[in-house]
Each structure stands twice: as structure tokens, then as C-alpha cells.
Design a protein around this ligand. Structure first.
Ligand SMILES: Cc1cc2nc3c(=O)[nH]c(=O)nc-3n(C[C@H](O)[C@H](O)[C@H](O)COP(=O)(O)OP(=O)(O)OC[C@H]3O[C@@H](n4cnc5c(N)ncnc54)[C@H](O)[C@@H]3O)c2cc1C
Length: 579
């Protein structure tokens, strides 16, 4: 497979400025829809103003789940749909999505029953403690929802003695616990990118471009501006899809050429932040499971092992403007305080916080004062002539990462109806990227890794890590690595020069942050340092033939982004390079 260059794709777009569908927003929902439409043979263009999966779709808790908590809000249909989508992803993206045993520490047997009834009847918004009875009810329903499609073990309960045998660091007031199964995702942003690259192989009339901003519209024509050159391209589609998540109302403002900043008032986002912590006691305390617990306010928080560290989250705060948000100091303190509620004796030093990230959940507008009560479901709202739009605009609202396929399928069916076309491909059983032909069993995977190791001469450990990163695409990457001079990076030996070159040439790389934060786990796993940045920048600059000034500008850009959005100052990055 050869992926066309950005310039080639831009040329193709200039030659066909009248696609059937223009999707604005390359988060997971925009990408999911793009795949759906492209597979039906539709001429579709997807534009994203930053990198793909760089908004909410990079800020998730990395759970692929049914959403146990949403049952309290009566969102049974959503939970059911999410559980089926979780199972689909376990099957179609086995290289990144894996089962996640999840322990729920329980502090009482009966509390929460009255509160749950009141919340269910919508007489109260407030979260209350969830005792064993309530948890049992929830988990029984959770198991029931997948009865016809049961791929993971059913939940179990443990008494106090058995709970403390496995999780001795739990708060001494814990009375018992339950373990149920959900799933987690290692590389969500890569899965989004792999869907885009899959489409490239099947539909030459489908175009996806990152760093392209929709800035305005005149009549039926939308102006899309290249963030690199500031050049505009006019696109006149039959249908527009606004998949800009927390920015939906702002994008409608741009699309309607409205004098107001925001044209509609559909989305009301809530912000969520996470920390990545390297602390051996905390890692051991998880017992290798996700811990799903209530904090001091009765809000659900989570933590689980992630690339050898612990991912801890999250906050849930209303905000008006999704732009430029980051994990604030008070959010960090809140998350650490919540942690104390379940593991009171574990101390976390500031230096053990390797990374933080934040994003905005694109939830529907709501008057609820309790953010946890706002629906997590998704729907599509069409705005058209009556609201001042010349071309119908389908707005994708809400949706979890887990449900992107179902949401995309539903909106695609709506578009097919509008275009009077029939669906000819279903994505339900369609593998994604490196999930294609991925061995189904551990033995099968080990045999495949060993075979690849023998064929390539690479150590089995190295092949295994490539397979974990890229699934079956690892074979193609190994072939590429062997057709040039390769060597481990001096600053980070677990990656090699040719591996990074493959990513740059094949994975829509525009900036250094794309590599560090979304195509690899280098930033989130705490491996990023000034020396790593400089070494990868050299490779990128050489392939892009950047001048010295361009290189410096890119260095400034990545340092700003890591500092502003992830609390990684240049000093911290320099220290990491030394130790
Ligand atoms: C803290 C947090 C934790 C979460 N945890 C989970 C979880 O564990 N599991 C789960 O299933 N879900 C989770 N979610 C929900 C899930 O991540 C989101 O619902 C989903 O990613 C939304 O995707 P999206 O494509 O609609 O929005 P986004 O990913 O935000 O994409 C919208 C895109 O539109 C682009 N854009 C905006 N304006 C323009 C413009 N003018 N021109 C071009 N592009 C534009 C933006 O740059 C952005 O990339 C979580 C969300 C958050 C924030």
C-alpha cells in the first residue's frame, strides 16, 4: 500500500470540489461516518482542523465499555448498544482492544437503594453511595444485556477477606467487592487513523485531510483553509455533516456565515481531565484490574494499569468554550484526593505525575446542575433552510468513543436515504487496520510473532512490541524497516529510525506532536524527553526537507503544546533526558 502525500490529496480535492458529502471534524465520530460512507462508494470529504482524533477522541478514559453508571440515568438502550459495540471492537480491533477486569470496591451492603429509586424516578439528581445491593442489580443487568453475545466472564462478588487478600491497599472500610468485565483500548487515535487508511485502499473518491479548517461559507459553498499554507479551497457538497464535537455550535456559526460566533445552542460540553502516574505501590494496588470506585462526592472515578503506569481519572466540569483547555492544578488535586478515598495510604509525589490530559465531552445542552446526569447518548440533528443554512447540515451530537460505529452507521443510513441510495456494505463484522487477520488465540499470536522473528531476523521481543503497536500492519512495517538502514533511536531504544520514518510517510503526519501524542504512546507513557524530541524532530525535518527556521518553529510548537496541554515544561523534559 502506498499512501498519497498531503500535496497529492490536496490536488485531488482541488480537482473535485463538489463531493456528495463534506464531513467537518475528524474525531472518532467524523471518522466512523467517513468510513461508513466511503465503503458505500460515496464521494466524501473529511476535514479536520488539527490532527485526527485530537479533540475529545484523544482525551477519553480509554475504556471501551457499556457504561455501568449510565444505567442509573435509565439509559438502558445506550448501555445495551455500547456493550454490543464493545464486543464488536474486541472482535474487529483485537490488536488494540482487550478485556479489562474491573473491580468495584463496596463500602456498604444496602446504601443507595432509596437514592437510586429517587434518581431513577427523576426526583433527585444527586449521586449517593452505591451499596452491594445496587451494584449487584447493575451488574446482573449488565450481564443480561449481552446474554446473546456473551464473550466475557460474568461478574463475581467477593467477601471482605477475599477482597483484602487481592487488594490489601483498599480503604479499611471496604466491606466487599465485585469484579466485572469491560474492555480498554491501547491506541484509540491509531485506530481512528487506521480506519482512514483502510478507506484510502477501497474508495479513491474519498478524501481525508487533517489541518484543514472550515472557516466560513457563502451560500452553498464552504471555505476550507489549509492550516499550513493558509490557502483556501471552496467546496460545494450536497450534504454537510458537522461532526465537530464540543465545537458543533461554533462550526454552525461559521457554516451559516452568521455574524454571531455561535449559530446554534445544541451542545453543552463537560470537561474531563486525567493523570498518568508512575508509582509502584499504586500499580501493585490495582491488582492488574481497573478500579471503578466512588470518590468523596459519590462520583465514579477510575484507575487502571496503562503502559506500565496508572491512568487515573477523571473530572466532569461544565464549561462554555472548549478551546485550549488543560488539566488545571485544582483538577489534579481533586483527582489525587479522590485516589485517597480508595487507597488512603498511597502517597503520590508531584514528580510521579508523568502526563496529564484533558478534553471536552460533547454532550447535549442540559440544565442539569449535576454533570453526571447529562445524557451520554448520541443523536443527529438536522439544521437546514429554516435556520438559515443553504445546504442541509447534519449535526452529530454526543456519543461515546465506544459507540462510534453504531452512530456512524445510523447517520450514514440517514444520508443514504437523503441521496436515495442503498447500503451495500456493513461494518459490523469488518476488521479495522491491524486487526485484520490478527491471530485469535495467544498461542496463534506467539507462533506468528516467532515466525516473523525468524523471517526478519529481529528479536521476538522486538516483533512482539511492534505487533502490540501496529497489529498485523507490523508485517508491512518490518518489511519497510528492512529496506533501509535502521537502528534503535539513541534516546529511546524501544523505537527505531525506520519505524518512525514509516509513520511519517504513511500516517498523515504534519507536526511532531502528531507522532509523539497520537501515532505512538511516547508522550502518554512518560517516555518523552528533550532528547527524544530532538532526535525524532531530526528524522521528521529530514523527510520533510525543512529549513533550520522551520525546524526551530516546530520545536517551539511542540514544546508549547506539551507544556500548555500536558503540564510538561521544558525543564521537566530536559531533566528526563538526563536521568
Ligand atoms: C474526559 C473524557 C473521558 C471519556 N472517556 C470515554 C471512555 O472511556 N470511553 C468512551 O467510550 N468514551 C469516552 N469519552 C467520550 C468520547 O471520547 C467522545 O464522546 C468522543 O471522542 C467524541 O468524538 P467526536 O468525534 O464527536 O468529537 P471530537 O473528538 O472532539 O472531534 C471533533 C473534532 O472537530 C474538529 N473541529 C472543530 N472545529 C472544526 C472546524 N471548524 N473545522 C474542522 N474541524 C473542526 C476538532 O478539532 C475535533 O478534532 C470520554 C470523553 C472525555 C472528554
Amino acid at each position: 500500500m502506498s499512501v498519497p502525500t498531503r500535496e497529492n490529496v490536496l490536488d485531488t480535492l482541488r480537482q473535485n470540489q463538489t463531493p456528495q458529502v463534506l464531513i467537518v471534524g475528524g474525531g472518532i465520530n467524523g471518522i466512523g461516518l467517513y468510513r461508513e460512507l466511503a465503503l458505500q462508494g460515496i464521494e466524501v470529504v473529511l476535514v479536520e482542523r488539527n490532527d485526527f482524533c485530537s479533540g475529545a477522541s484523544t482525551a477519553l478514559s480509554r475504556m471501551i465499555h457499556g457504561g455501568l453508571r449510565y444505567m442509573e440515568n435509565g439509559e438502558f438502550q445506550l448501555v445495551k448498544e455500547s456493550l454490543h459495540e464493545r464486543n464488536n471492537l474486541l472482535k474487529n480491533a483485537p490488536h488494540y482492544v482487550a478485556p479489562l477486569p474491573t473491580i468495584v470496591p463496596i463500602f456498604s451492603y444496602s446504601s443507595g437503594i432509596w437514592g437510586a429509586i429517587r434518581r431513577f424516578l427523576r426526583l433527585s439528581d444527586k449521586p449517593t453511595r452505591r451499596g452491594a445491593f445496587i451494584v449487584k442489580m447493575g451488574l446482573t443487568l449488565y450481564d443480561l444485556f449481552t446474554k446473546s453475545d456473551q464473550v466475557m466472564p460474568k461478574h463475581i462478588f467477593r467477601n471482605k477477606a477475599n477482597t483484602f487478600k487481592g487488594w490489601p491497599a483498599f480503604h479499611p472500610d471496604v466491606k466487599c467487592s465485585a469484579t466485572y468485565y469491560d474492555a480498554w483500548i491501547t491506541y484509540p487515535e491509531r485506530l481512528g487513523l487506521e480506519m482512514i487508511n483502510d478507506v484510502g485502499q477501497t474508495n479513491p473518491n474519498a478524501i481525508a485531510l487533517n489541518y484543514m479548517n472550515v472557516e466560513g461559507a457563502e451560500g452553498k459553498t464552504v471555505q476550507v483553509t489549509d492550516a499550513l499554507t493558509q490557502q483556501s479551497i471552496s467546496i460545494t457538497p450536497d450534504i454537510i455533516v458537522n461532526a465537530t464535537g464540543a465545537w458543533v455550535d461554533f462550526t454552525n456559526g461559521a457554516l451559516s456565515a452568521s455574524p454571531d460566533n455561535k449559530k446554534t445552542d445544541i451542545v453543552g460540553g463537560t470537561k474531563g481531565s486525567h493523570l498518568v502516574i508512575r508509582n509502584d505501590d499504586l500499580l501493585a494496588a490495582t491488582g492488574g484490574q481497573m478500579v471503578y470506585y466512588e470518590n468523596q462526592e459519590g462520583r465514579i472515578c477510575i484507575l487502571f494499569p496503562y503502559f506500565g503506569n496508572v491512568l487515573v481519572g477523571s473530572t466532569d466540569l461544565k464549561l462554555d468554550d472548549p478551546e485550549g483547555n488543560k488539566c488545571e492544578d485544582f483538577e489534579r488535586e481533586y483527582i489525587l484526593e479522590s485516589l485517597k478515598f480508595v487507597f488512603p495510604k498511597i502517597e503520590i509525589a508531584a514528580s510521579e505525575i508523568l502526563y496529564s490530559f484533558s478534553g471536552v465531552r460533547p454532550l447535549p445542552q442540559s440544565d442539569s446542575t449535576v454533570t453526571g446526569k447529562i445524557s451520554r447518548d448520541h443523536y443527529c440533528k438536522v439544521v437546514s433552510k429554516a435556520e438559515g443554512f443553504e445546504t442541509p447540515v447534519l449535526c452529530m451530537i454526543g456519543g461515546k468513543w465506544t459507540t462510534f460505529r453504531a452512530f456512524g452507521e445510523q447517520v450514514a443510513d440517514q444520508i443514504l436515504d437523503m441521496l436515495e441510495l442503498k447500503r451495500n456494505v456493513s461494518t459490523k463484522d469488518l476488521p479495522i487496520g491491524g486487526g485484520r487477520d490478527f491471530p485469535r488465540s495467544k498461542i496463534g499470536c506467539d507462533e506468528w510473532v516467532n515466525g516473523l522473528s525468524v523471517r526478519s531476523g529481529l528479536k521476538a521481543m522486538r516483533v512482539k512490541s511492534l505487533v502490540e503497536r501496529y497489529g498485523t500492519i507490523a508485517e508491512r512495517i518490518i518489511d519497510f524497516m528492512q529496506t533501509g538502514d535502521d537502528a534503535p533511536l539513541a534516546s529511546l531504544a524501544s523505537y527505531s529510525k525506520r519505524e518512525i520514518e514509516y509513520i511519517i510517510l504513511n500516517e498523515h503526519i504534519v507536526t511532531l506532536s502528531d507522532i509523539l501524542c497520537r501515532r505512538t504512546s511516547i508522550a502518554i507513557s512518560g517516555d518523552v524527553s528533550l532528547t527524544v524530541i530532538n532526535e525524532i524532530l531530526e528524522i521528521l525535518a529530514s523527510l520533510k526537507q525543512w529549513t533550520k527556521d522551520q525546524k526551530q518553529a516546530e520545536l517551539d510548537n511542540v514544546l508549547y503544546r506539551l507544556s500548555h496541554f500536558h503540564n510538561l515544561t521544558e525543564d521537566v523534559l530536559r531533566q528526563r533526558g538526563i536521568t
